[in-house]
Design a binder for this molecule. Structure first.
Ligand SMILES: [Mg+2]
Ligand SMILES: [Zn+2]
Length: 179
């Protein structure tokens, strides 16, 4: 299974995005997801959405955004197999907010899939951290314009991703054809 982050990875990270009409799919994402699925990966989106706990938006907002992402991917002939989101904020001390592995464990259990041979694609150190903990191939795709802060965040936690790429498609290609 291939886990994928949402904000900053599938779409630009507009903080606390509320409006599905503002969703844009980043370059290379549709083709990358399509390639992953052609190669037998289930593609599972795992995303922290603390805007719910903070009262900025609702579960319905998050679901509407995920529906819109699916509509846009469908135009390119592909889709996300499942979405999991954490609605909590750090002070809730839940088990699902990344870098905790709760969403990943739940997805594997509910979908009957194994982590072995799996991967995570994301723009932040917490994506790399949870992937490392679960034995996934870690693919880091810093958001354009935020490469320096993304690198600093990794260095601070002494995290070295297996793959670093400039685009989603670049990461997928290297994941699928790595030696
Ligand atoms: Mg992100
Ligand atoms: Zn949570």
């Amino acid at each position: 299974m291939a886990f994928t982050d949402r904000d900053g990875t599938l779409n630009p990270d507009f903080h606390y995005l509320r409006d599905p009409d503002r969703i844009e799919i980043l370059p290379g994402v549709t083709r990358g997801i399509s390639l992953l699925r052609e190669h037998g990966y289930a593609v599972v989106c795992v995303t922290n959405q603390s805007g719910i706990a903070r009262g900025i938006y609702t579960h319905e907002t998050v679901r509407a955004i995920h529906d819109e992402i699916q509509r846009r991917l469908a135009r390119g002939g592909t889709k996300i197999d499942a979405f999991y989101y954490c609605p909590h904020q750090p002070s809730d001390s839940c088990d699902c907010r990344k870098p905790k592995p709760g969403m990943f464990l739940q997805a594997a259990r509910e979908m009957g899939l194994e982590f072995a041979g799996g991967a995570i694609l994301g723009d932040r150190a917490l994506d790399v951290a949870v992937g490392r903990e679960l034995g996934l191939v870690t693919c880091h795709i810093p958001e354009r314009g935020r490469e320096t802060s993304a690198r600093a965040e990794l260095d601070a936690e002494r995290l070295v991703p297996d793959i670093v790429a400039e685009s989603y498609l670049g990461a997928v290609t290297r994941l699928l054809y790595r030696g």
